[in-house]
Design a protein around this ligand. Sequence first.
Ligand SMILES: Cc1cc2nc3c(=O)[nH]c(=O)nc-3n(C[C@H](O)[C@H](O)[C@H](O)COP(=O)(O)OP(=O)(O)OC[C@H]3O[C@@H](n4cnc5c(N)ncnc54)[C@H](O)[C@@H]3O)c2cc1C
Length: 400
Amino acid sequence: MKKTVETDIAIIGGGIAGLWLLNRLRQLGYSAILLETKALGAGQTNKSQGIIHGGMKYALQGGVTSATQAIYDMPRMWNDCLHGQGVIDLSNAVILSSHQYLWSTGSLASKIAGFFAGMALKGNLEELTQSAYPEIFKNPHFKGQVYSLEEMVVDVHSVIFQLVKPNQDVIFKIDPLLDHQLKFDNNGKLIALEIQAEPIEPLHIKAQKYIFTAGAGNENLLKPLQSHGIAMQRRPLHMVLVQPEFNHRLFAHCLGLSSTPRVTITSHQTADKKPVWYIGGQIAEEGVKRDSKEQIQFARKELSELFPWLDFSESKFATFFVDRAEPLQPDGSRPDSSYAKEVENVITAWPTKLALAPKLAEEIVEKLQQSKIKPHATDLRLLRAWPIPALAKPIWDELL
Ligand SMILES: Cc1cc2nc3c(=O)[nH]c(=O)nc-3n(C[C@H](O)[C@H](O)[C@H](O)COP(=O)(O)OP(=O)(O)OC[C@H]3O[C@@H](n4cnc5c(N)ncnc54)[C@H](O)[C@@H]3O)c2cc1C
C-alpha cells in the first residue's frame, strides 16, 4: 500500500494557468499543490511575448462577440495586479512597456487610417504625430503612420517568479505521469495520482479535485479519462529571435494586408544584458512551412524591408517551433476565450492566452464553489522531501 497525501486540489502543470490558479486557491484557504514535470513556465508560458491583449487582435479579425468581450477586461485586471491593487500582488514583476505601437508601411498608411476610423477599439488607439514617434520611426526613410495602443507588455519570467515565490512549499517536481499512474475507481472516477521522482519512493496524491493545466501535456493526461468530448488542438508557430547590434527597444505590431500583424516585435534582454527582438505574428504563423535557415532568410528580408535604415547584417538570429495548445475548435481556428471543463472530479483547462489566465482562474474558482468543495486542513509533510522544480529560463537565454 502506497503512502498517501490528501489535499483539496491537485494542479498538474506549472505554466501561467496553474501558477495563477494556485495563488488564487491558496488565498481562498484551499489546500492546493502543484505538480510539474520540467521547469516552471517551461511550456508555452516562457515562449510567450508577454503582451496583455486588450482585444486588438479580435478587432482586427472583425469580430467582437460576447465571448471576445472578456479579453477587454484583462489589461485592467493585470494592471491592478502589477500595481499591487489586484487579486494577486505582482507589484514586483516587471512591466516592459505600458503600451504598444501599431505601425503601417507607407503604401498601407491611408487604408489603415480609414479602417481604424470605425473600429471598436478606437478609444484605446491614438494616432501619433511625428514628434511623438518612438526614436526608431523618426528616421526620414520611414514613410508610414504610427499609432499608440493601450496594450502593456510584461516580463513573463518576473511574473512567474512572483507567482512561485509565496508557494514554494506546495510546488513539486515529478517524473512524467504515465497512464497507469492515474488511478480510477470502477465508475471511471479519478481517485488518486501515483507520483514519482526518482529516487524517492512513489506516493499517492488524493484530491477533491484534479485540475489539468498542463498545456500541450493535457492531451496525454486526457487519454486514460473518458474525456467527454474534451479534445485539444495545436496551432504551430515558428518564432524568430534576433540579437541586433543596436539598442532600439520596440513593442509594436506592423499591420499588413492580413488580419494578423505582419510582424509583432517585443524587446527583451539576455542574462548578459544584450538586447533581443522577439518576433511573432504572420511571419511565425506562415513560417511553420519554412525550416530554420529559410525562416532566418525570410526574417532578414522582412526586417530590411520594414527598417531599411537599420543594419541587421551582423545580428545573430535563432528560430524555434512551438505549438499553441488549446481546446479543439470545429474549424481549427483560434478559440475566443479561456476554457475550463469539468468531468467528474477533473477540470481540464487552457487559458488560450497568457492574458486570460486571471479569467480562467476565476472560472475554476466558481466551479469549485458550485460543486461545494470546501477547504480542509491537510497534512503535506510526506512531500517535504520532494524536489522543487526550477524556474524555466527565458527562451532567448537558451537559444542566443
Ligand atoms: C510563441 C507564443 C507566443 C505567445 N504570446 C502570447 C502573448 O504575447 N500574450 C498572450 O496573452 N498569450 C501569448 N501566448 C499564449 C500563451 O503563452 C499561452 O496561452 C499560455 O502560456 C498557456 O499557459 P498554460 O499554463 O496553459 O500552459 P504552459 O505554459 O504550456 O504550461 C504547461 C506546463 O505543464 C507542464 N506539464 C506538461 N505535462 C505535464 C504533466 N504530465 N505533469 C505535470 N506537468 C506537466 C509543462 O512542463 C508546462 O510547464 C503565446 C504562445 C506562444 C506559443
